[in-house]
Ligand binder design. Sequence first.
Ligand code: G1P
Length: 317
Amino acid sequence: MSLSFSAHPHGVKTVIVPAAGMGTRFLPATKTVPKELLPVVDTPGIELIAEEAAALGVSRMAVVVAPNKQEVLGHFGQFPELVETLTQRGKLEQVSKVQRAGQLMTPVAVEQDKPLGLGHAVGLAEEVLDDDEDVVAVMLPDDLVLPVGVLEKMAQVRAELGGSVLCAFNVSPEEVFNYGVFDIQEISADVDLPAESVKRVVGMVEKPEASEAPSTLVAAGRYLLDRAIFDALRRITPGKGGELQLTDAIELMIKEGHPVHIVIHEGKRHDLGNPAGYIPACVDFGLSHPVYGPALRKSITDILAEHDALAAASEQG
Ligand code: G1P
């Protein structure tokens, strides 16, 4: 399906969302439920991603899935019977909750037969793009970047400086080995962008040892990539972990003179990819929730007091 540009204020029509992982860190839940459908309070992570992409003006979500694993796309369906039943019962708030995902995004499945890496997954999605799309967003659904809005800042940087723009976070040196890490330079003083948060990328390395890392600025799951990325992805060879790495394709583009910049995000980030990050995300969203927030705060306070008392008792005994 071809999409017109008029509805895409930043010129970004498509977001690629790699979702072909097995979700091993969430077993046994992920035997039947893809991790992208696990709820943060009541909303699956993939819908939060869709909401963020829609705010940028994106309308097509290319979801990269393993063969016969299209449940994630099902979430963006229409559910006419459910809507009818809820409507008959006067449950209009619930009707809008059911319809919301489908109104945000048109999903398209891209099948990844083998888990050959993030770079491979992103490369496969080129087939769904229209000929006139010269930029594409990539959002990793494990990463919640808050408050929402960094994609718009990234689009402004691309409008000003061209090329590709990524979102960066500052982490401690002990954490860099989990991420793609940026080697950066200051941007030139005559551009009208905040120099403290926008940097030029002169190199990028996937999951280096702390001693080898060029900085503590790391990629945080939000990319605005020039279409040239697909050509670079066809030319890389397996890298870290024996996988085709998106980082290596970006590094290749940089070496060939393609402009790459980062926007350093000062907000917070939740990692929905494992229980240790998913649980705090639920607590964070839960505490902010108008209905559940106040009671949850009390419950957490009570649970903490109980655990502290047990710990104190076991220390004494
Ligand atoms: C991926 C990327 C990495 C990036 C990270 C952000 O790694 O390969 O460059 O920093 O996402 O979450 P993964 O977490 O999938 O291993």
